[in-house]
Design a protein around this ligand. Structure first.
Ligand SMILES: CC(C)(COP(=O)(O)OP(=O)(O)OC[C@H]1O[C@@H](n2cnc3c(N)ncnc32)[C@H](O)[C@@H]1OP(=O)(O)O)[C@@H](O)C(=O)NCCC(=O)NCCS
Length: 162
């Protein structure tokens, strides 16, 4: 398996929007091109941050996905943000490998907790988070910054838990 995790700065602007458009093509509800472009602009306008807080996943010579996280509240916690695997390679275990690599990097940088949120109909995403060790939160216990994410399913990984 020729999987590698590489820097955003090795690629051209447009990559993030293209990957998100491909990965979410299964449902118009999630096809928010303006938001994908905004994300793309942020990462390619801030490549120093992009290379510290995310990476691009390749399979051989093919780009198959990316993941990013928000480190601004570290060491208390980090928040996993956009992540995806292109449709052609979904269901082959790469989303899980990509997420595990992100969790390892975040843990190495000292985060005590990692949060992530998703929607109820994004079943592969939920399975992926759970299979890497994220634990579902009770939605009645969410803090205001989490509620503002406007998601349906919220997870935490407590790095200090035995
Ligand atoms: C979520 C996503 C990144 C997962 O990547 P992937 O490479 O397809 O996932 P994997 O093959 O690593 O599988 C991860 C887990 O999901 C399960 N899974 C994968 N596809 C599935 C499907 N279609 N239905 C149900 N479960 C599925 C796998 O069995 C695995 O669980 P396991 O370890 O318990 O067996 C990918 O599907 C994607 O890009 N989806 C659209 C974007 C998205 O939802 N991003 C997350 C935003 S919160």
């Amino acid at each position: 398996m020729d999987i590698h995790f590489t820097k955003f700065s090795n690629y051209n602007r447009g990559l993030v929007a293209d990957l998100l458009s491909d990965a979410y093509a299964f449902d118009d509800k999630y096809m928010n091109i303006d938001q994908f472009r905004e994300s793309d602009d942020f990462w390619f306008d801030n490549l120093d941050i992009a290379d510290r807080c995310g990476f691009v996943t390749t399979l051989g010579s093919e780009v198959i996905g990316f993941i990013s996280w928000d480190p601004r509240n570290m060491p208390a916690y980090a928040i996993i943000g956009d992540n995806c695997i292109v449709t052609k390679h979904k269901g082959e275990g790469y989303g899980k490998l990509q997420l595990q690599e992100a969790v390892n990097r975040i843990a190495e940088n000292g985060a005590k907790k990692i949060f992530v949120s998703t929607n109820i109909d994004l079943v592969p995403a939920q399975r992926m988070y759970e299979s890497v060790g994220f634990v579902k939160l009770d939605n009645s216990t969410l803090e205001s910054w989490q509620i503002a994410q406007n998601c349906e399913v919220y997870y935490v990984m407590d790095m200090c838990a035995g």
